[in-house]
Design a protein around this ligand. Sequence first.
Ligand code: GLU
Length: 484
Amino acid sequence: MKIRTRYAPSPTGKMHVGNLRSALYEFLVAKHDGGDFMLRIEDTDQERFVEGAVELINRTLAQTGLIYDEGPDKDGGVGPYVQSERVKTGIYMKYAKELIEKGEAYYCFCDKERLASLKTEVVEGKEICMYDKHCLGLSKEEVEANLAAGKPYVIRQNIPNEGTTTFVDELYGEITVDNAELDDMILIKSDGYPTYNFANVVDDHTMNITHVVRGNEYISSSPKYQRLYDAFGWKSPVYIHLPLITDENHKKLSKRSGHSSFEDLMEQGFVAEAVVNYIALLGWSPEDNREIFSLEELIKEFDYHRISKSPAVFDIVKLRWMNGEYIKAMDFDSFYEKAEVYLKKALTKDFDLKKIANMVKTRIEVFPDIPELVDFFEELPEYSPEMYTHKKMKTNSETSLQVLRDMLPILEAQEDYSNDGLYATLTKYVEEKGVKNGYVMWPIRTAVSGKQMTPAGATEIMEIIGKDETLRRIRKGIELLEQA
Ligand code: GLU
């Protein structure tokens, strides 16, 4: 049997990292086995609908390479693929009525006031109001009369108070709950729309979904879904409920972290491929300790049996590292295309930006790291003369002052300001003095950059800033050391 999975987002705003992981795992479960991956838009909650959210979903899937085989714009014969359009076909009402016929569901006419008067219980910290089956007691005639009078109604699932219900999750195994704990949940709302709880079952079945991958917040409702499958005589899909994603403090990853959505990460300069790679590892790991995977490689390696049940910690430091690995591996042109705006943020003078881009490519983790790394080319920062002292290089303010004083006339006379030309001049001095390279390079680099760490060596920097600026900076260094 061909595996068919679906990503079923509700268009309610940003693409949360957890949603993207569900989409990715659904995609991988299908593609690992040569199956089909489908996009279904779950927009039955009209109040939570956010303008533009569907476009965002489409854009994100395209950007991350999660190309679906079927979806709103790719008919595979089981559409429509948007729930609000499915409502119009009458499919949910038809199945809800079938359940009523079977005694597995019933009309409920209770108004807000009555529902508010029902007693609530606190279950797992949440206030739960269990419906008291009041309307299950209505006679057929009473129901008919209410319907004929146009009284607003919902349709509820009828769950017995006795017995238990069992469903199977691939990772958690068999889960059995007491029916008494299961609320008679609403299947069809008073606006005629199905709830998620009902629509997911009808749709997954009628769209021939074989594997459902979703967050484990749905585990507690799954027994109710199982009862619906059983009532219809349908085979339920394979369920794979994913572990929670937490922040560094082991709290559910939320907006407060500042990086809970794909858009946040894009704005912060991450590369989509790196984000996909990182998210793949939020709950799944390969047999070896390998960490870098292209999407193609993930498809090959992904085995859902290796998904973990323990919460996955979203570690932004790790993601930054991984992003840096992706940047290192990028070809130069694609890198430059993205790096240019960040270079231009810090550099307005007439520099060879491509040369500078080459220097930073292996030294950044995200693109916004660039300006801080290169701003010294534009302007020499204020720096402390203590920076001239370096134990390993055996330099201090006196040796450095000597080197700068010796080098100044040599560099004034120097015509060739290419990296190679400058390097030859500097090493010639090194040899004459019989000192180590760093003894000369360290003070020169300090003088021309004003920084402890630079993306390039002294002579590369001098080539970029040119003769006049080099001499100005060397003189400045001499001045600084003379006053120290
Ligand atoms: N619309 C649900 C959500 O966005 C889908 C859950 C599921 O995959 O079944 O959370």
